[in-house]
Design a protein around this ligand. Sequence first.
Ligand SMILES: Nc1ncnc2c1ncn2[C@@H]1O[C@H](COP(=O)(O)OP(=O)(O)OP(=O)(O)O)[C@@H](O)[C@H]1O
Length: 290
Amino acid sequence: MATANTTPVLSVEHVTMRFGGLTAVSDLSFVANRNEITALIGPNGAGKTTVFNCITGFYKPTEGKIALRHADGKEFLLERMDDFKIAQHAKVARTFQNIRLFSGMTVLENLMVAQHNKLMVASGYTIAGVLGSGHYRRAERDAIELAKAWLEKVRLIDRADDPAGDLPYGDQRRLEIARAMCTDPRLLCLDEPAAGLNPRESEELNKLLRAIRSENDVSILLIEHDMSVVMGISDHIVVLDYGQKISDGTPHHVKNDPAVIRAYLGVDEEEEEKDALAAKAVAEALGDQA
Ligand SMILES: Nc1ncnc2c1ncn2[C@@H]1O[C@H](COP(=O)(O)OP(=O)(O)OP(=O)(O)O)[C@@H](O)[C@H]1O
């Protein structure tokens, strides 16, 4: 069982990402703590997915440093690593905005594919290893056990032999999370896991993510627009707007931060002044009638 503490697992330091003349992320710094859920929020186009792409190696940031530290002290400078090494060695897993399961494979097969690297190592990368070695068969048995354990946790064990594409949308979202967890990540990056879920499914997702945080040695970084999920489960929230950090703190702090309210509601000063004048006129009119 994981114990909560506040040592950083991920440090994003002065990261900037430019696409030609467009600065998608500008001098961004934040820390995600070990065994916590950190949410990255902000209006559309704020730069959230770009930050995920920099952390997972899909993009190389134009400037800045991204450090991941395992509990044993090993440090990985992610901005210098290829994406497959970030997944394999730094143990960062991710899910995407659009579901990316193998829809023609069964639910169980999707979780076995996720463990392919581990099985290949057990085979010694040879066909003889796959066919003959007890070591490979043991690794395969363990992989099936792990997959089954995750299917129990996400309540999909009864659908193990069905094609993943036949599952309802909410179940596919939970299967993606189970697939990411089968790679035994230290950092789990979830890109809008609640997108398209109904309120009951969102509540179920909240429970699953809380359980993952408390029962595994994993920290979660979450991009999410559904505020019931963000406010319900996050330990810490970082808010972006136009590629810049505008707030960083507890859900209570962020919810009450005027900069965040302005970014989300798009209130400008002129409008605020007009609203104040209108409110004054209404108050005066009501006063006259009384
Ligand atoms: N590969 C790219 N080439 C050019 N511009 C890009 C690229 N990727 C992202 N952008 C731009 O960077 C900005 C930030 O996009 P990003 O997808 O990171 O925002 P977001 O906060 O994830 O938005 P949403 O909530 O809508 O998913 C946008 O203006 C987007 O058009």
